[in-house]
Design a protein around this ligand. Sequence first.
Ligand SMILES: N[C@@H](CCC(=O)N[C@@H](CS)C(=O)NCC(=O)O)C(=O)O
Length: 203
Amino acid sequence: MTSPKLYDFPESGNSYKVRLLINLLNLPVDIEKMDALAGACRTEDFKKKNVDQRLPLLELPDGTRIAESNAILHYLARGSDLASDDPVDEAQILRWMFFEQNQIESKVAEVRFIYHYVPIEKQNKPFLEELANRANRALQVMDDHLEKNDFFACNRFTIADIALYAYTHVAGEAGFELSHFPNIQTWIKRVEERERFIPFTER
Ligand SMILES: N[C@@H](CCC(=O)N[C@@H](CS)C(=O)NCC(=O)O)C(=O)O
């Protein structure tokens, strides 16, 4: 193996982040699609690759493996203009990538997952409502930041934007009203105008 290999779950926004970065930077990465919904990463064999048994997972030519979408973005973007070597700028990028995992992935994406995959009779309505309230607050934080900034960190497009774009642009699928967040809507267009951008549906 001479190129890194991405174990990809095409329906996952976390996997999409990595595919989007690979395309934007035109990186030589082999992609192996896995059907996580059918339990493909819950096998003993896959557990040997990633103890957390989730996707995406990046495997380097020397056999080293990197789990967690944002760690993979951080690794693959190093040295490019989507990352930064400056300690303060790098911290600002990471700040928004941690926010993404804490506030967007674990709330907006969770609500979207429940809407899509949990039968309505099994949905816990009060829990879903609380999660949606918290997700709306997180979207408001993003919208407020974007009122004075075109992008999330360093005054330019970085992997922080890629991380946040993945689940934010499909928030409507989870019942969130993106028209309440006009700055997010403008930022989404800005991201989608990038050269070599690919949509979530390109799998
Ligand atoms: N924080 C992790 C989340 C990974 C994750 O939850 N992956 C899901 C898909 S979005 C998965 O592999 N689910 C399959 C399973 O749990 O069996 C990341 O950002 O990579």
